[in-house]
Design a protein around this ligand. Structure first.
Ligand code: SF4
Ligand code: FES
Length: 228
């Protein structure tokens, strides 16, 4: 039930009790960019792409519930530049190699790069040394492209509730790891789900590629956010 009234950039919006600003915005036809957020999955608030201002304070719209009378600023030059800076940071702190990526055209980070007309990032490239894990029969894990959104950790769980992906190490050494035994038991469907839920090309299915040709993929035809 939509019993909460609030505004986003002056537009009157409604939300259900407990509904996050991001979810309510979508239902009211307002696009707020996201990356770690995935519809239907508990939000983690890790990437800050959805940054908005509420009462002059910056907040993550994916973890903040809409409240009565809330005044949300989203599409302002200052906030859009913060979001562009986040996209640039994610590009410089990994090795994304878009032209050789199977996820090109279906990648949310790449699509956000286009949305924010990212040219030369304002931050220096870090060129981190990251390894890949090709030991699982159905999945290829390329940590070069991982943005640590935790969608795989939150979303890929075995029937008895065990997490196939997890975070290991600390600080800037933190990486995504995969449980070899559990990964070996993934069904075709789960392997596809893992690839689909990864917003970038860090999780790729083995032995399947280019089922949709470049030029016909999701963001090749429509820019991210344009469906709202
Ligand atoms: S592997 Fe993909 S889904 Fe998992 S944390 Fe990295 S970017 Fe996110
Ligand atoms: S989408 Fe909200 S913090 Fe990542």
């Amino acid at each position: 039930m939509s019993d909460i009234q609030f505004t986003i950039d002056g537009k009157e919006c409604t939300a259900g009790k407990g509904q996050t600003i991001v979810d309510a915005a979508r239902e009211n036809g307002v696009y707020i960019p996201t990356l770690c957020n995935y519809q239907g999955m508990k939000p983690a608030g890790t990437c800050r792409m959805c940054t908005v201002k509420v009462g002059g304070r910056t907040m993550a719209a994916c973890t903040t519930p809409a409240a009565p009378g809330m005044v949300v600023e989203s599409n302002t030059p200052e906030i859009e530049d913060m979001r562009k800076a986040i996209v640039e940071m994610l590009f410089v702190e990994g090795n994304h190699m878009c032209p050789t990526c199977e996820k090109s055209g279906n990648c949310e980070l790449q699509a956000l790069g286009y949305r924010y007309t990212m040219m030369v990032p304002r931050f220096p490239y870090l060129w981190p040394v990251r390894d890949v894990d090709a030991s699982s029969p159905k999945i290829y894990l390329d940590r070069n492209r991982c943005v640590q959104c935790l969608r795989c950790v939150r979303g890929i769980v075995t029937a008895d509730g065990k997490h196939v992906f997890g975070l290991v190490k600390r600080g800037n050494k933190t990486i995504i790891d995969i449980d070899g035994e559990l990964a070996a038991g993934l069904s075709e469907e789960q392997a596809k789900k893992a690839m689909d839920q990864c917003p970038v090309g860090a999780i790729l299915r083995k032995e399947v590629g280019f089922t949709v040709p470049i030029g016909k993929r999701k963001y090749d035809t429509k820019p991210i956010g344009s469906s709202l």
